[in-house]
Design a protein. Structure first.
Length: 403
């Protein structure tokens, strides 16, 4: 197989994403799962406090990243607030075992933080960890955490997604306070998934080059009895080139189209019988040079714990990734489905830019669509990641509180 073109520069247009660090994940066929990997002992090599998914963390923390042995190679702690990313100052201890914020540095209230760390053991082997947490929000206030990032360039399948810090009772009032417009103009409609998530999209994929503006007028809007919004802000993003990929789980191939033309067809391995890959349209929401995948995080016990999965692209919240695979025999790709629900591309240990996974990773944007067909599984749910493209337009519009 020959990959067309020279190696492209790595895109850093991300939505609450670090393409230079590491994540914790697992691939799912239904609620969990990940590829064809060597068994590993569960347990965190890199330990982060607060715990992943923590809420209501006070400004004074505690915030700490540590390892028991080896050394921390890099740690990045980022505040994600109103579509902006701001690095938190901190330093690794002289012995390399601990990272803490700098002297006098405090966490901002009502903000979301991501922690991305990579560590080396005594043999030079890498382990990765990604966690998130949110800081305390005053009881009488609410905020919306949203993607994509301000001034980012995204794929044509990007959906603007808001998660709220408290259940929203006055959904029409809150939805009316979020205004999303585009140039060229298209109809953009919101859809509620429960009381804490509101997504916006047009009827079809965005046109390449579209400029999208997000205006928040949530300040003093009563989202629930006695609970008021605090945000008033305008942010925007740009839609880049059109790239969509179609994974045929039965044929073990992935066809990549760029601006309507076939760019390449790559051999893949998808979910094995019993741990099949979701069908349907999924949107890339995170990009990781290296990530850890642990079956224990997605209901598979100790079946696998791979600490250095290269070139990982998240497709669902429940843990489906498209990623590099260096442990399966090369003749697996294009011939067999052996994963626990992910889509695997051939790669080298440590990640190779010239391998299929590295080639595809360097040509991928957050917001690109990957569609899986001919898998013996159900269609991914519209609220699993940015799966809203699997919902008919009429049903999507019916989920707006304004209609």
């Amino acid at each position: 197989m020959t990959l067309p073109g020279k190696r492209a520069g790595r895109f850093l247009a991300v939505a609450a994403v670090m393409a230079v660090a590491a994540g914790l994940g697992g691939c799912t066929a239904r609620d969990g799962g990940f590829g064809f990997g060597p068994p590993g002992a569960p347990g965190d090599v890199i330990r982060v406090s607060p715990a992943d998914g923590g809420r209501g963390v006070p400004p004074e923390g505690p915030l700490e990243v540590r390892v028991d042995s080896g050394r921390l190679e890099r740690v990045t702690v980022t505040r994600i607030e109103d579509g902006q990313r701001t690095a938190l100052a901190g330093e690794v201890s002289a012995d390399g075992l601990r990272w803490r914020p700098g002297t006098g540095v405090r966490l901002a209230p009502a903000a979301k933080y991501s922690v991305d760390a990579v560590a080396l053991d005594a043999h030079g082997r890498r382990s990765a960890r990604h966690t998130t947490f949110t800081t305390v929000v005053p009881e009488d206030r609410f905020i919306g955490y949203f993607a994509p990032e301000n001034r980012s360039t995204v794929g044509t399948g990007m959906i603007v997604s808001f998660g709220f810090s408290t259940p929203i009772e006055n959904r029409a009032r809150v939805e009316r306070a979020v205004r999303i417009t585009s140039d060229p103009p298209v109809e953009i409609v919101g859809h509620w998934f429960g009381k804490e998530r509101l997504d916006f999209r047009p009827a079809g994929y965005w046109r390449p080059g579209t400029k999208v503006t997000v205006e928040l007028a949530l300040r003093d809007v009563e989202g629930a009895p006695g609970v008021y919004g605090v945000q008033r802000r305008k942010v925007g993003f740009t839609v880049g080139r059109s790239q969509t990929s179609r994974v045929d789980a039965a044929a073990h191939t992935m066809e990549i189209r760029r601006d309507g033309e076939v760019l390449a067809t790559l051999p893949v391995t998808a979910g094995a019988a019993g741990t099949t890959t979701y069908n349907g349209k999924m949107v890339v929401t995170e990009l990781y040079d290296v990530t850890r995948m642990n079956g224990a995080t997605v209901g598979f016990g100790g079946e696998y714990d791979i600490k250095d999965v290269p070139h990982a692209m998240r497709l669902t919240d429940s843990g489906t990734f498209l990623h590099g695979n260096y442990w399966a025999p090369p003749d697996t790709f294009g011939a067999e489905n052996v994963s626990h629900g992910c889509v695997g591309l051939r790669d080298d240990k440590g990640g190779s830019a010239d391998a299929p996974a590295g080639w595809f990773f360097d040509r991928t944007l957050v917001g690109d669509v990957v569609e899986v067909v001919h898998s013996r599984d159900r269609t991914v749910a519209p609220d699993n990641g940015l799966g809203g493209w699997n919902m008919p337009w009429a049903a999507w519009k019916a989920g707006s509180a304004l209609r």
